[in-house]
Design a protein around this ligand. Structure first.
Ligand SMILES: CC(=O)N[C@H]1[C@@H](OP(=O)(O)OP(=O)(O)OC[C@H]2O[C@@H](n3ccc(=O)[nH]c3=O)[C@H](O)[C@@H]2O)O[C@H](CO)[C@@H](O)[C@@H]1O
Ligand SMILES: C=C(OP(=O)(O)O)C(=O)O
Length: 435
């Protein structure tokens, strides 16, 4: 079992480069299934476990996927299987993003129903409501969701009860090859939605208004492969910005697009952190004592839930009380228990965590409970007294490329070690191991 060991006390200094966005590349790869002609080449594809998983999903469906020098070549011109089994969906919920593209291209899709996960129950009712509005028949049973649209999907007007990122993406993709025009109201406005829409438009689609609350999609008969560069990962960028400030450091984060990080920048400035903005970089310097702030997670352009746990580390260093309210996922405070092991005293009241700072964090053995909690615990270790060991790194590897190496290059004392499982030497041991 791998673990990351951090010894606290070093200021971060230097320059760090962010990768292509996980939350962009996953829907873009799913959308590639809709290209019945030509190959797609995606640039700035991060080497993440989630990218491997969605690539495996596509290969299972008979799509050719080849990774070469940070690029992904995708050829979906074969006849495809229209099913995705549980083994992939279990590893990564974003596997459900193949539903819309398959349904649009083949009039059929069967995908294992994603279960709940550590951060919440995460239903997909809004995705299915969109497909139904376009004329699809949906069956849910035996752990699968199956959608049929004999003939073609028909353009429809769909109002989302909540601006769900995944539902917006799945419905845009389904509508891209539907007959007629679809309108999605109260849709998600994340930069990753805009990236997906730009990709589909390059493929020959007509998606208008991405980045606003209403998106119109005029269905086209076919889409073709194209070249596309994935936008930088604003959550990875934000994680390094927070880590820099937490350690009282001075770091340039290359690939941080300030326009994608407005809410984080505003809140960090309120805390007394200095941020210089460039076209696609920010410099973070924090020399002053940090002031407490309140944050509330919201759909974009509100404060991202994917930065909530990392931001909590900053409030622990601030002098006074900060209130962190999570409104997007109903169970995204599991990291608080782990922070307590590091001497933090955050109190949870309903959907809010109340943090009284400053906290003298102490190194401890902690386990990552989800992807962003993994990053948060590691950066907390940067300012904890002594040694912090973080396990359950499978979560980290879903969303961060070379996280510990990047932190080390900025001056952190951090390493990743693999606990070797001892090989049995005696026959009795061997029998015991094989049982
Ligand atoms: C791969 C990817 O892009 N993941 C991101 C995406 O997840 P994801 O697309 O799953 O997130 P959603 O925006 O759909 O979910 C937000 C909330 O809406 C609820 N909901 C969603 C769909 C639905 O049909 N019914 C429903 O009730 C969810 O349970 C959750 O409470 O957006 C989240 C919110 O910014 C981020 O944390 C994830 O990193
Ligand atoms: C919750 C996240 O991702 P996913 O939707 O892929 O689980 C995340 O990136 O923090």
């Amino acid at each position: 079992m791998d673990k990351i060991i951090v010894t606290g006390g070093n200021r971060l200094e230097g320059t760090v480069q962010v990768e292509g966005a996980k939350n962009s590349v996953l829907p873009v790869i799913a959308a590639s299934i809709m290209a019945s002609e030509g190959k797609s080449t995606l640039d700035q594809v991060p080497t993440l476990a989630d990218v491997d998983t969605i690539s495996e999903v596509l290969r299972y469906m008979n799509v050719n996927v080849l990774r070469e020098d940070g690029k992904l070549h995708i050829d979906a011109s074969n006849t495809l299987k229209t099913e995705t089994p549980f083994e992939y969906v279990r590893k990564m919920r974003a596997s459900v993003l193949v539903l819309g593209p398959l349904l649009a291209r083949y009039g059929h899709a069967k995908v294992a129903m994603p279960g709940g996960c550590a951060i919440g129950s995460r239903p997909i009712d809004q995705h299915l409501k969109g497909f139904e509005a376009m004329g699809a028949e949906i069956h849910v049973g035996n752990g699968y969701v199956e959608a049929f649209a004999p003939g073609k999907l028909q353009g429809a007007r769909i109002y989302l009860d909540f601006p769900s990122v995944g539902a917006t993406e799945n419905i845009i993709m389904a509508a891209a090859l539907a007959e007629g025009t679809s309108v999605i109201e109260n849709c998600a406005r994340e930069p990753e939605i805009v990236d997906l829409a730009n990709y589909i438009n390059q493929m020959g689609g007509k998606v208008i208004g991405a980045g606003t609350e209403t998106i119109r999609i005029e269905g086209v008969p076919t889409l073709h492969g194209v070249e596309h560069t994935i936008i930088p990962d604003r959550i990875e960028a934000g994680t390094f910005m927070i880590a820099a400030a937490l350690t009282g450091g001075d770091v340039v984060v290359n690939g941080a697009i300030p326009g994608h990080l407005r809410s984080l920048i505003a809140k960090m400035k309120e805390m007394g952190i200095r941020i210089e903005e460039y076209d696609d970089a920010v410099r973070v310097t924090a020399r002053e004592k940090l002031k407490p702030v309140d944050i509330k997670t919201l759909p974009y352009p509100g404060f991202p839930t994917d930065l909530q746990s990392q931001f909590m580390t900053l409030t622990m260093k601030a002098e006074g009380t900060s209130v962190i309210t999570e409104t997007v996922f109903e169970n995204r405070f599991m990291h608080v228990e782990e922070f307590r092991r590091m001497n933090a005293t955050a109190k949870i009241e309903g959907r809010s965590a109340i943090v009284n700072g400053p906290v003298e964090l102490q190194g401890a053995e902690v386990a990552a409970t989800d992807l962003r909690a993994a990053a948060a615990l590691i950066i907390a270790g940067l300012v904890a007294e002594g040694r912090t060991e973080v396990t359950e790194l499978k979560h980290l590897d879903r969303g961060y490329v070379n996280f510990e190496e990047k932190l080390r290059s900025l001056g952190a004392t951090i390493e990743r070690v693999t606990d070797e499982v001892e090989e049995p030497t005696t026959t009795t041991d061997k029998l015991a191991k094989s049982s």
